[in-house]
Design a protein. Structure first.
Length: 773
């Protein structure tokens, strides 16, 4: 037997975000294509060298991308919609970046911070989340007359590039079936999967060329194999791989699956005429026995044993215990991260400010490859050959398990004392709303905003200066108070009914809270690509979560002191904080979520005590937390809704709880939204012309609701009449008495010069709608 180490993909942004810098300089016209491509080449070379030096047997190639690997695939197969074609040759950077970001170079990134949406003359392709990660890909577009033709040799070029540098790499491609399943049809009729026969010849050509260039193995990612698939999709795998195997005999294909169990698709995967199969044993450890039993003897199994989605050290001994018997029973075995390391930060060694104890529990991409090397050595030469490394690892794992930094007895006992009473408001909505209306005295169709006002260059500059110690606390606070006061005065002036303080003091809607909660750590350089050049540094939840002291009360109280109108308290909800962080893996996510919920509940209660009559708890990420398989949805929704309710249920009936969700697909979660029982929910609806409200109408959503009437993803200022029109449409679906008037989402990415007229129009629209609705 022999065990080899492989990797499915490495982060491409660079340890110091070199690619981001190069891309943004290029987009801003401050550098040229050769400079950008040179940075990219240097990064690729460094990445291959580094992985090799870390002991990786088989390095991937083609995993690099200037923007997105799905977009790379779309270009490769020539799925370039007509609007982009006049901009240049199919393989040109102009076309590539036009598809990625719209065609005006230097156009600013817009959206709600975690989202997308840019408006330019030629719009970008749609962007959406990659499976259940926080990475976004560009949605491929195909139409009835789709003609596929090899339009980029990137993957072949990069294979050759690696070879020239002395690395025999394994090229990575996104598979034809998954690519089609991710695609949308431009005409709304063509089923993308029906285009498989037309698409395959391009893959065949690519694979032939790779083989001719010397590739023995190719990794083809088919993550769709972990999804619920209909019969047509299931059949497509057989068709696709039979054809590839037949046309390119001798080339060895490894199908990579990740993010979940193969489940009912296991037999399909096993039956494919391919040489290897990668499975995710971090997300789905239980599939190992089945996989090992069913894998043909000559199939190379690649076991994803190291977590590619999180930052914790592996328990190497536990992994060895599990896979030693499998390794003994097979001639060759590959071990790898569970999925591409794209979803982890690059190098823990760059973290100089983490608590050394906590840091010792972590592994970033580089450290994960080191773990693989240790595992392989233990499997090939016996555990004693790496005794010291295994002992170190065991100490770190045991230390974490027992650490008082992780376990807070007060949080524990609070969790144990939690009863059903904590998960529901004492009074039903129908009675609460009467009391709330009496207290608030708002007009029908009350106007409000979602929370943030423009984070101008000035605001960001002041924050950066304060962070660097160049601006002292007092001056920074004074600056923020002035910004807040200006925002409050202006809202009063234009006649908004329920005000917000503007969130100028917040860097990010999750980080701001994480920094004030116990159990969270923050990295200096733990960047993870979100999309294109955009990276995030997710907080790390390492221990029991609690709230040592109030987080937002002072800012809220200051803002409320400036006005008689109700000022909303503004919080991020437990599910969203969980969803946008690296979460501890030593207890169920639901437990961690419940702890965060208790911490937010404390804040809600303190805000109420300070006098807040309305408190908004944003759950922007509730829907994106839905598991990949439908069978797992209900369990998730149960604990997610419960967490929200814990956070919201500590207040008196007359205190009004709002929530906000900034997307668009509500059908799957409408029952859960009902169960959240927020007094008011604001949602994104402007672009859908209120059609999204159908889900709420069909469900007869009883509570109050603010369907967004102002699409904040674009600098365009909507006219008063448009918003009146949207309100009429909303009124056709729900009762007018239920409705609030607000934008789609927060306004932090917008400019005041767009926001001001738009909100003036919004208030006018509400006023005129009140007259006749
Ligand atoms: N209160 C937040 C804001 O206004 C909500 C943003 C969001 O849900 N994405 O920015
Ligand atoms: Zn939003």
């Amino acid at each position: 037997m022999s065990v080899i180490t492989t990797n499915l993909g490495f982060p491409r942004i660079g340890p110091r975000r070199e690619l981001k810098t190069a891309l943004e300089a290029y987009w801003a016209g401050k550098s040229d294509a050769p400079a950008l491509l040179d940075t990219a080449r240097v990064l690729r070379a460094a990445t291959w060298d580094r992985q090799k030096a870390l002991g990786l047997d088989i390095v991937p190639s083609g995993d690099f991308s200037l923007y997105d690997q799905v977009l790379d695939t779309s270009i490769m197969v020539g799925a370039i919609p007509a609007i982009y074609r006049p901009l240049g040759a199919a393989g040109s950077l102009d076309v590539y970046f036009a598809m990625a970001r719209g065609h005006q170079p230097g156009a600013s990134e817009e959206g709600c911070g975690h989202g997308h949406g840019r408006s330019t003359d030629v719009p970008a392709q749609e962007m959406t989340k990659w499976f259940d990660t926080n990475y976004h890909y560009m949605v491929p577009e195909v139409g009835a007359t789709q003609h596929f033709i090899l339009s980029s040799t990137k993957v072949i070029d990069e294979y050759r590039e690696a070879k020239a540098l002395g690395h025999e790499s394994r090229p990575v491609l996104l598979g034809p079936v998954s690519w089609l399943l991710l695609a949308k049809s431009t005409d709304g009729r063509t089923r993308p999967l029906s285009l498989l026969p037309a698409l395959l010849p391009v893959y065949i050509e690519v694979l032939r060329r790779l083989q001719a260039a010397g590739a023995e193995w190719v990794q083809i990612d088919e993550p769709a194999l972990v999804l619920d698939l209909d019969a047509e999709a299931k059949a497509a795998f057989g068709t696709a791989y039979a054809s590839l195997a037949q046309e390119i005999p001798g080339l060895r294909i490894l199908i990579a699956t990740y993010f979940g169990a193969l489940g009912d698709n296991l037999d399909i995967a096993m039956g494919l005429p391919v040489a290897g199969l990668h499975v995710d044993l971090v997300r789905a450890p239980e599939q190992l026995d089945d996989v090992a039993a069913k894998a043909p003897a000559d199939m190379l199994l690649s076991l994803g044993v190291v977590d590619g989605r999180n930052i914790w050290k592996s328990d190497l001994t536990a992994i060895l215990d599990r896979i030693e018997p499998i390794a003994r029973s097979r001639r060759v075995l590959a071990i790898a991260p569970s999925c591409s390391l794209l979803h982890t930060p690059i190098d823990l060694a760059l973290e100089t400010r983490l608590d050394p104890q906590v840091k010792n529990w972590m592994a970033f991409a580089v450290q994960k490859i080191e773990e693989l090397s240790v595992l392989a050595k233990a499997l090939n030469q016996g555990r004693s050959s790496v005794a010291a490394a295994l002992a170190d690892n065991a100490r770190a794992v045991a230390g974490r398990r027992a650490s008082p930094l992780v376990h807070d007895p007060r949080v524990r006992s609070r969790m144990e004392a939690l009863t059903a009473n904590w998960t529901r408001r004492v009074t039903p909505f129908a009675e609460r709303i009467v009391q709330q209306r009496a207290l608030l005295g708002l007009p029908p169709l009350p106007t409000t905003t979602i929370g943030s006002f423009p984070q101008t260059a000035e605001v960001r500059k002041a924050r950066a200066a304060h962070g660097k110690g160049e601006l002292d606390d007092a001056s920074y606070t004074r600056f923020l108070r002035e910004e807040t006061e200006r925002a409050v005065r202006w809202q009063e002036e234009i006649g908004i009914d329920v005000l917000v303080h503007g969130e100028f003091e917040r860097n990010d809607m999750v980080q701001y809270f994480g920094e004030q909660l116990a159990g969270f750590a923050f990295t200096r350089a733990g960047w993870v690509q979100s999309y294109g050049s955009r990276c995030v540094r997710p907080p790390i939840i390492y221990g029991d979560v609690s709230r040592p002291r109030p987080m937002t009360v002072e800012w809220w109280a200051y803002a409320q002191s400036l006005t008689d109108r109700p000022m909303k308290g503004m919080l991020t909800g437990p599910v969203t904080i969980l969803q946008w962080s690296f979460v501890r893996d030593d207890q169920p996510r639901s437990d961690t979520c419940r702890q965060i919920a208790l911490a937010i509940r404390d804040e809600v209660v303190d805000l109420e005590r300070a006098g807040a009559r309305i408190i908004q708890i944003d759950e922007a990420a509730l829907r994106e937390g839905l598991p990949l398989r439908r069978a797992d949805w209900q369990a998730y929704l149960d604990w997610a809704v419960e967490a929200f309710r814990i956070s919201a249920s500590g207040v008196q009936p007359q205190t009004q709880i709002h929530t906000h969700m900034c997307y668009s697909e509500f059908n799957d979660i409408i029952v859960a939204i009902g169960a959240m029982d927020a007094d008011v929910i604001s949602i994104e609806t402007a672009r859908s012309k209120m059609e999204l409200l159908d889900a709420f109408a069909d469900y007869r959503y009883p509570n109050e609701i603010g369907p967004g009437v102002y699409d904040i993803h674009s600098p365009r200022v909507p006219a008063r009449e448009e918003m009146v029109d949207l309100l009429i449409k909303a009124g056709e679906r729900l009762s007018t008495g239920q409705l609030w008037v607000n934008p789609d989402c927060g306004l932090k990415t917008r400019k005041w010069e767009d926001v001001k007229p738009a909100l003036v129009h919004m208030v006018e629209a509400a006023k005129s709608a009140r007259a006749f609705l």
